[in-house]
Design a protein around this ligand. Sequence first.
Ligand code: AGP
Length: 588
Amino acid sequence: MTNGFSESAVSLVLEGLRRLEYRGYDSAGVATLDSRGLVVLKDVGYVDQVATRYRIGDMRGSVAMGHTRWATHGRVTQLNAHPHTDGSGRIAVVHNGIIENYLEIRADLSTQGVVFTSETDTEVIPHLLGRALASGCATLADAVRQVCPQLRGSYAFLALCMDDGGMMVGVRKDNPLVVGFGDSCVCLASDALAFAPYADTMVSLSDGEVVIVTPSSVRFTDLEGREVKEARVVVDCVWADTERNGHPHYMLKEILEQPLVLQKCNTLDDSTLIDTALEILGARQVVFTACGTSRHASLIGRYYFSKIARRFSDVVMASEFGYFSSSLNRQTVVIAVSQSGETADVLAGVKLAKQAGACVVSVVNRPSSMLAELSDHVIELGCGAEMGVAATKTFTCQLGVFYLLAHAMVNRLQRGRENVKAAGGCLEELLQQSNQRLAELARKLMGWEHLYYIGRGANFASAMEGALKMKEISYIHAEGMPAGELKHGTLALVEQGTPVVVICPNDETHAETISNAMEARARGAYIIGLSDVESPVYDHWIRIPAVAPLLYPVMVVVPLQLLAYHVAVARGCDPDKPRNLAKSVTVK
Ligand code: AGP
């Protein structure tokens, strides 16, 4: 969601929505105040599709708000798209999060005669605001402060009322909301990326804070109406770069950036890594928590800690983390890993960890994220904006960080840095060699319904990551697992020609992984081997440069990402905006 105060507020909002579209893209909408009053245009589709369909760019008004939706409550329909309005059509609201008690509120309002037009949880907000204004609140800001205590759940919402001369009010609880200040505009958004090119400074709202913006002022209050002083910080220019730079998709651009990202990772300062390493060494138990790709990176981090620093740790999927919270205490270090720093499951786990007195180390790509705010130590990935929904460069960078951390734990940071640097060079070579061949292989695989990925040791997580990339962007069913596990059930699904991707470095896992590949081939599998050494068991060999053995996952993930990318493109799927998904999953 975003809004601006300037003569070209609508175009500013549209531009912001395009920059935030990776967060959700099933529908989009805009509201503005013009000479006719409050005008709302919204529909199903991408921002540009909706904007063209309704000529949104032609809307005039010095205040506007917009939203791109990722459906939670209610199907993907025009009526469910935001902004939502009250019955009089005088108040518009855009909202991120979930109002958990919306059914109760809805039932209550319905008995009072309120007619709902959507199936969303959000729609209760404008109706409640309308009633608050009708029953005596002097301004929209007063109404927002009165309504918030009635809402259970999480929210960041903006409200615009045509009666208050273009006053816009924003408030947040457990969802991000930032305010950007530019030369000729004030922008409110869920992510600074929306306004990075236009704003020089910004404020991140805390839970329960309200921002009240009029054409002549910006004020911050708490829910009781007391003024709050906010410190402005400079908007980081790194986040302004959201261009594709000539690449057909963000995902390809971001895959190609990985050698650079590894070098960048090496610039993390010694003291950040050493302080965190000491914290980990001093703990009784160390637990990673993360979702999706960040969890796969954590699984590899766990191997690094064990192999390099002889330190046992565990990885708990963030959505399951809460169920283990009774075993957390002051001697626990929780390493929360998240590209966005906004993933609701991760944030929920971290809050529980803090309550138990644990120390929280976060590894994030967004330094101003809610996760960073909650953490005792923050390691910033510094990859710049990752716009493709499929995580690529941030995975590689997370691995680089864990590798360096493990070396810092045994006082061999310099050695770790040398290996990471060398891996960056090899990655460059691999990208150049393999892209074309992978595009050809993709054409062969694009018609298959099922793919399997296997590997041992740290590369079992590489296998899972390869499978995740394939299924999320190409919609082919793919499963990754430890190679030794295949014969315990999944092998039953292998038939003549079934593609099995085998990650097989020339290390301690080699001989046994080759045996597992042979078992699959004996049942008709088409074996795609990723290895630094050839084997007759491979029907197709992808040559991986030899690197320090533990950095193999950094190497193999790149061809796996490229393979998924080319299969998706060959099947006509948009790899940047896979169906049903969003980049930041801010709901549980
Ligand atoms: C990765 O390709 C996915 N889109 C997804 O699994 C993602 O990694 C997950 O949602 C976690 O996101 P985070 O790193 O921002 O917490």
